[in-house]
Design a protein around this ligand. Structure first.
Ligand SMILES: [Zn+2]
Length: 255
């Protein structure tokens, strides 16, 4: 009897801890059972979203799919689960990091994009959509593959290809690139998300250096090279070896 009580107490404790640590993700997982409004398949908005905002959001989502198609994926899957929160308080119920404008959340049992009121723009939505597309293309155990086989500089660098914000525009920063070449190359040693975001002053640099690295790689290997790399991750290979191999042996050259 005592043993049974111990098991029940352990289960209750586990459930409470699990809920407290995953509260925001779980809220998103069960979004369709709550008070959010589904404006199109898998796109949910908080009830205080105006009709004009909802229409604009849908337009931005469609444009983000098109941008992802043309820059990276050719055909982005139009099935992303997207949650829009029109105010910060609601956003904090769905996004574990309240400093973000939007986020792609993933775990072994869920994946979706959450957009806050400050993330209501094409660059931000396109970026998160790219993370979501990479995740989906990694198929079974995608969460494990992203966490252990894909370094942060690649995941962020790829997503930055569809972020056209001026402050990351590589064409405008030619002299900066020339002067900081060594430091820019060292981005490939930044493997974990903790290292990428730990120093606030370096976050811009990390995004920019990742973007530059992946843009350069894509210009050599092309979209075919990216598909081959994803296939190799899908087969549980770490990115690094195939990334360099594809660059060395690619016949693709950008015009
Ligand atoms: Zn990102």
């Amino acid at each position: 009897m005592k043993k049974n009580i111990k098991i029940v107490l352990s289960l209750v404790l586990f459930t409470i801890i699990f809920y407290l640590t995953s509260r925001t993700q779980l809220n998103g997982l069960f979004i369709n059972t709550g008070h959010f409004i589904e404006i199109s398949e898998n796109v949910f908005v908080s009830p205080n979203t105006s009709i004009i905002q909802a229409k604009k959001l849908q337009k931005l989502i469609n444009q983000s799919y098109s941008r992802n198609d043309s820059v990276i994926w050719i055909k982005t899957k139009r099935n992303k689960k997207i949650i829009f929160c029109a105010d910060n308080n609601t956003f904090y119920d769905y996004c574990p990091d309240t400093t973000l404008q939007a986020a792609f959340l993933s775990s072994p049992y869920l994946s979706h994009i959450v957009i806050g009121p400050k993330g209501f723009n094409l660059d931000v939505i396109s970026h998160e959509m790219c993370h979501a597309e990479l995740f989906e293309r990694l198929g079974i155990l995608a969460w494990f593959k992203v966490k252990f086989l894909v370094p942060v500089w690649f995941d962020e660098g790829l997503a930055m290809q569809v972020n056209f914000e001026e402050r990351y525009n590589i064409k405008n920063l030619a002299s900066y690139i020339k002067e900081n070449q060594k430091e820019l190359i060292s981005i490939k040693s930044v493997v974990s998300y903790n290292d990428f975001f730990k120093n606030e002053d370096k976050i811009w640099f990390n995004y920019f250096a990742s973007k530059l690295e992946v843009e350069n790689w894509l210009s050599i290997v092309g979209k075919e090279g990216l598909i081959k790399l994803i296939e190799s991750i899908d087969n549980f290979n770490r990115i690094e070896e195939n990334y360099s191999y594809l660059k060395k042996h690619s016949i693709h050259k950008i015009q």
